[in-house]
Structure formats: C-alpha cells, structure tokens
Design a protein around this ligand. Structure first.
Ligand code: AMP
Ligand code: GLY
Length: 424
C-alpha cells in the first residue's frame, strides 16, 4: 500500500505536536494542515483556509485523505466529523452530538449523572432563581461559576468574592439564559487523555498543565503555560480509581451511541486529599500543551493509533510507552492572556529549526508566522513551547529551559517553575 495522506486541522502547538508524531510514522506519506503554522509548514503542506466544515470537506475530498485529525473542539462541535462520515473519510474526533460534552457544561454534568461518574454538585440558575439563596448554599469555599458555552477558557470564574460571583452569574444569565453554579473541589489537578472508539479505549499517561500565567500559580488563567508527563499525582492506585469510576463508565456510555465516540476524551481531574478523583471538565480533543508532552512518550505508531480510533479498529492497537518524562514550557507574548502584543521578532528561533523534530529537546511552534522577509515573528498569545524528553524529570526540565534560553522575544514571558509539583 502507498503511504497515507493525513489532514490535520488546527494551528497551535498541539497540531505541531500531532504533525511531529505523524511524521515519525512509516505509514504516513503526506501531511496537510488547515491552516497550520510556521512549524507545521516544515513537515506538512499548510492550507490557508478558514476552518469551516464545508471548506475542509472540499479539501479532504480533493486530497483523497485517508485520515482527518481534528485538533480543536470548535470544528467538531460544528459537525466536521459528521461531514467526514458522509463523504466516507475516517475522522479522529467525535461527531457533533458527542462533542457536545465539551460544548455544553450542562450536558457534561447530565452525562456524568447518567453514567454515575464523580463530579462536583451543581445547580442551574436562570432568571427565576433566587441567587442569594444559591450563593448561600455554596458558600464556605470559593464559588465556581460556569457558562454553558464554548468560551475558549473564559467561561469559568472561580472566586471568593461574592459580588464578583453574583455579577458573573447575572451577566451569564443575561447572555445565555442560564448558568451553572458548582461546588468547589479542593485538590490537585491532572489531565488524562483517553483515546477511544466503539471497540476499546487506551489511556495515555496522565499529565499536569499549569493554567495560571505566572510562577507559583499566580495571575490570570490562561490556555496553559506548560506541562509535564507523567504526573505522579496520578499514582497507580489513583489511576485504577480513574479507570473504574470514570473511564469505564464513560466508555460504556460513549461506545453505545448510534455513532460511537471516535477520538480522544480529555478528562480534567481533581484528585482530593483522600486520593479520590473527580471530573472537573471533559474536552473532546487533545489538551494543549498536554499533547506536546504526552505524544513523545508513545512508542505506538501514531497513524495506527489515530486511524484505529477513527475506524473502530482500536481493539487491535496496543499502546507502548517510553520510560522517562517530558516537559514543555510555553513562551507567551507580552500582554498574554488579556491582550497579547503580536508581530515581534523571534530572535534565535531560526537556528533552532533543526530542533523541531523529536530528540532530547525541540520547539513546538504555536503562534509563529513568517514576515515578508521570511523571518519568524510571534503571531499569537501562546507563541511556542520548548519541549524536552529525558530519563528523569529534573534533567528534562533543565533541557527545556536551556532551549528556551536561546530564544528571545521582546516582552515575552514564560513560567520558570513548570513541573514544580513533581520536583522537590
Ligand atoms: P473548566 O473550564 O471547567 O476546566 O474550568 C477551568 C478551571 O477552573 C479548571 O481547570 C480548574 O482549575 C477550575 N475549576 C473548575 N471547576 C472547579 C471546581 N468545581 N472546583 C475547583 N476548581 C474548579
Ligand atoms: N490545557 C488545557 C486545555 O487544553 O484545555
């Protein structure tokens, strides 16, 4: 058989990581990215299209793609996997009805209730609700308020300020009709990526993201400032509980749908002081930057894994892992996350392009473009991340920071404590 043609949808560090892993597969001949970034351009053909279902379908049909891999959630919620099914092209990523697990927090809560999966108690609030009584009922810990929309990480407020909680509840009800108020879960967060289809599931090693902008978990929430994998908070016994209480019931539920879930389920977890896991959120895609530290630890051929899940063939794919750890540190533009300044030059990056394939340390491009002279410039909030793979976490962390020290971006910032929870 000729090598496969794969189309990767998305433009971030996650999609660059997916391209790196697919490029390493002997089964893949050509990779295309929609729209991709300056990093994917080195491995794939980028297509500067708006990520709209019709445009992507026209392209994948024209390319006679063997597999479509969808990075972000929005095209899945808009029905890209459904449209791929209708033209007979395998898609890694669930159909819209199941992508709704991420698109609607209320739907996710109701699904967890049906499947008996542990999560925080919540109440749905609308114009008729007594807000003061609800705030009283959930007082004592910070209030957790969640909008029921895809809000790119901006739909959740966790605050001990009652006035702030109330005002976010009121503005959310005004714009969306209702909002969720959720019990605060204390503990340590972890991310678990579970590849699944109608026949099987495969759990990838757990990782930990760093969501706050600054060291010591200070500052505003971001898309993620760095990650490491595996995360020791998910010990063997915690892992077992996650499988029994969360993964098995969710797979049972999702594989019994009319069209089974074919893709990766991202389980955002809180592990409490008794080592009991609770679901904070579901996403229907790889995490970014979790993907950048999880994929390099997989020995399993990436095309076989993703194509297997897209075609209900996962039962035949065995997961094999490398020993060791991976760390990634995100470089963000000045002003990120509120209002990133874009267009500044990335000095030192050009000499590291050879470091965009797996090795000891490499660069995952995210918001990186080239200017009219072909020079790399920062074109996004999260610009790139320096990733390292190694035997022990401390030296791996050091390799990632060493690589970062070679890149300069005026006003750029990165956390200096990625993986601190696991390094004592
Ligand atoms: P979400 O978009 O649901 O993942 O929420 C964003 C972030 O808010 C999470 O990563 C947690 O840090 C925090 N969070 C969400 N729900 C809770 C909760 N019930 N208890 C504590 N923290 C939460
Ligand atoms: N890093 C968290 C996310 O991708 O949602």
């Amino acid at each position: 058989m000729n090598g496969a043609t794969v189309v990767v949808v998305g433009s971030g560090g996650r999609e660059h990581a997916l391209c790196l892993s697919l490029d390493a597969s002997a089964k893949v001949e050509t990779i295309h990215c929609v729209p991709g970034n300056a990093g994917t351009a080195q491995l794939a053909t980028n297509h500067a299209l708006d990520v709209k279902v019709d445009a992507v379908i026209d392209l994948v049909v024209e390319l006679e793609a063997d597999l479509v891999v969808v990075g972000p959630e929005a095209p899945l919620c808009e029905g890209l996997a459904d449209a791929c099914a209708s033209v007979g092209i395998p898609c890694f990523g669930p159909v819209a009805a199941l992508a709704h697990l991420e698109g609607s927090k209320l739907h996710a809560k109701q699904t967890m209730e049906t499947a008996g999966v542990p999560t925080a108690a919540y109440v749905r609030l609308d114009e008729e609700s007594d807000l003061e009584a609800a705030l009283d009922a959930y007082s004592g810990e910070p209030w957790v308020v969640k909008r029921d929309v895809l809000a790119g990480g901006k739909g959740v407020v966790v605050t001990s300020d009652r006035a702030e909680a109330k005002s976010f509840i009121q503005s959310s009800i005004a714009s969306d009709g209702f909002v969720l108020l959720e019990a605060f879960l204390p503990g340590e967060e972890a991310s678990m990526l579970v590849v699944m289809d109608g026949t099987a599931y495969r759990t990838l090693p757990a990782s930990q993201d760093h969501k706050r902008a600054y060291d010591g978990d200070e500052g505003p929430n971001t898309g993620g400032m760095g990650a490491y994998c595996p995360a020791p908070v998910v010990s063997a016994s915690v892992h077992e509980k996650i499988i029994q209480r969360i993964v098995e019931p969710m797979h049972e539920h999702l594989s019994n749908q009319e069209i089974p879930y074919r893709g990766v389920l991202f389980i955002g977890l809180m592990i409490d002081q008794h080592d009991d896991p609770y679901v904070v959120e579901f996403n229907v895609r790889f995490g970014d930057p979790e993907c950048q530290v999880t994929l390099p630890l997989l020995k399993t051929d990436m095309y076989s894994l993703l194509h297997g899940a897209a075609t209900d063939g996962l039962a035949d794919v065995e997961l094999e892992l490398h020993a060791g750890s991976a760390v990634t540190v995100v470089l963000a533009s000045e002003g990120y996350p509120a209002s990133p300044i874009k267009g500044r030059s990335l000095d030192g990056l050009a000499s590291l392009v050879s470091k965009t394939t797996y090795g000891q340390a490499w660069v995952n491009f995210a918001g990186v473009s080239t200017d009219a002279n072909g020079m790399f410039i920062a074109s996004g909030g999260r610009v790139l991340s320096c990733t390292a793979l190694g035997e022990d976490l401390l030296s791996t962390q050091q390799s990632a920071y060493q690589l970062m020290s070679k890149i300069e971006l005026e006003g750029g910032h990165f956390r200096t404590d990625i993986a601190h929870r696991a390094i004592h």
